[in-house]
Design a protein around this ligand. Sequence first.
Ligand code: 6PG
Length: 253
Amino acid sequence: MNKAPVKHEILIVANPGELSLRAADEFVRLAGEAVQAKGFFTAALSGGSTPRGLYTALSSDPYCKRVPWQEVHLFWGDERCVPPDHLDSNYRMIRELLLDKVPVPKGNVHRMPAEQEDHLHAAMEYEQLIRSFFHTEAGGVPCFDLIVLGMGEDGHTASLFPWTSALEETNRFVSANYVEKLGAYRLTLTVPLINQAAEVLFLISGESKASVLRDVLEGEYRPQRFPSQLIRPVNGRLLFIVDRMAASKLMRI
Ligand code: 6PG
């Protein structure tokens, strides 16, 4: 089935270092605008290796002084179902690279409780946290100012992996998604929630992502095979910051 290409912007940069700095610029810009407009900023952060450079930049000069950390609320886009001090934990990675180095209030750090044995309960608990934060019971729309995403070589994003049940979710905001190829559950924000964001920022680096980025952006619409194609913000901005190697197979740029 074909679908109109998703409206998106793409910034191609020279290398991973430049990618991290441009992503940090975007984070600082959005945080400043949101805090000025409504007094706080909400961002859901990604795991994986590509965004590590972003977190390192944000915890270093000059960026760390440019972010109004007291008004920043951090969430997670997905999490492995392990304890928060586990080597595989996205929370642990972001704590080490960012949270331990910037003055974001502990109460503003909204970690996914993915260590819970009952994954469904953990997903529901995080969903309730999001609903309460955004006052959805009063009709509020859970609109994150920023959702940072990566993209796997298989076209997954967050923990929305090909052919997994979370891809079918149309109502819930958080899913406990069993990923057969990993033999594990993951907690993940769902497509309906991600697509409500004011800005979705993909960070993609390296030659190993060149084919999948071309397939996602320029290939047939096959969202079960390429879940990143499901990310189509309803009203928000979709921005890809990619390095030259990842962009090397794009035809329409
Ligand atoms: C995770 C991430 C995952 C990641 C992609 C890309 O928990 O691993 O949320 O979706 O963004 O796998 O990872 P890299 O940036 O390491 O290629």
